[in-house]
Design a protein around this ligand. Structure first.
Ligand SMILES: NC(=O)c1ccc[n+]([C@@H]2O[C@H](COP(=O)([O-])OP(=O)(O)OC[C@H]3O[C@@H](n4cnc5c(N)ncnc54)[C@H](O)[C@@H]3O)[C@@H](O)[C@H]2O)c1
Length: 251
């Protein structure tokens, strides 16, 4: 067991994009971080870039309950506790509603929604049985309330993340466990870059954001650090947009 007197946070999807930025920001803010991702090569690379002794990782799939349970056990064995969870894994995939298959629907629901349920339940059970007054942050998306063509399963799953967050907050409030969601707007990660079509489309989209730029992964990571801090102890069940004002703009 590592002698970790710092608070311990599990971050899923930590090998890339927002998850990687969230893990790095938490380490910089004196947390121990347990990283989970299915991409072993990148996960190892990220872990090796972090200070020795305060990070650990597990390669697994958020849609497999056994992976989640084994990872949680490893985290407890290494660090002796878990104070917070950031459920960040998500898969932005566009598909035509009339053409999409049952398998595509199932995959989107599993990666974008079921993973947060499996991790959220496993960590909550541990926190409740160990009297740990922790925090959970689910990474949702502005698509929970704003939908475009091709976004049907992703937007439906992210609306599910918003309500999963609120329902978990109600269930866990008696144990002083806070549960919140962050709903990012377009954020410059590889996940987004795969969907950027051309420069004209990008400029048009930036023009719709009141603050005039896409988010950086660090913008989301800063919001996570706030929600895990003592300053946020009276916030639970909220879904906070971190989108440069996109969701309140009229045109
Ligand atoms: N990038 C954006 O513009 C944007 C906007 C709003 C919300 N989001 C949400 O933010 C979160 C992070 O997005 P991102 O852009 O950083 O994504 P990304 O594609 O850059 O990174 C996702 C990470 O999750 C891992 N992953 C994917 N499926 C997994 C699985 N089944 N099990 C374990 N690990 C898995 C990948 O290996 C990768 O490391 C997602 O929930 C996404 O829906 C992203």
């Amino acid at each position: 067991m590592l002698s970790c007197k710092k608070k311990v946070v599990i971050v899923t999807g930590a090998a890339a994009g927002m998850g990687k930025a969230i893990a790095a920001n938490l380490v910089n803010n004196n947390y121990c971080v347990f990283m989970f991702d299915k991409n072993e090569k990148e996960l190892v690379r990220v872990a090796q870039s972090m200070p020795v002794g305060y990070v650990d990782y597990f390669c697994g799939d958020v849609t497999h309950k056994r992976d989640v349970e084994e990872a949680l056990n490893q985290c407890i064995t290494k660090f002796d506790c878990v104070d917070a969870l950031v459920s960040n894994v998500g898969l932005i995939e566009k598909m035509d509603f009339l053409e999409m298959t049952e398998e595509q629907w199932d995959r989107s629901m599993a990666v974008n929604l079921k993973g947060a349920f499996l991790w959220g339940q496993a960590v909550s059970k541990w926190m409740v049985s160990n009297s740990c007054q922790g925090s959970i942050v689910n990474i949702g998306c502005m698509r929970a309330s704003l939908v475009g063509r091709g976004m049907l399963p992703y937007a439906t799953a992210k609306a599910g993340i918003r309500m999963l967050t609120k329902a978990m907050a109600v269930e866990l409030a008696p144990y002083n466990i806070n549960v919140n969601a962050i709903e990012p707007g377009r954020t410059l990660t590889d996940g987004l870059k795969r969907h950027m079509i051309n420069t004209a489309a990008v400029s048009k989209r930036i023009g719709l954001i009141p603050l005039g730029r896409f988010a950086q992964a660090e913008d989301i990571a800063n919001a996570v650090v706030f929600l895990l801090s003592e300053s946020a102890k009276y916030i639970t069940g909220s879904a906070i947009p971190v989108d440069g004002g996109y969701s309140i703009a009229k045109e």
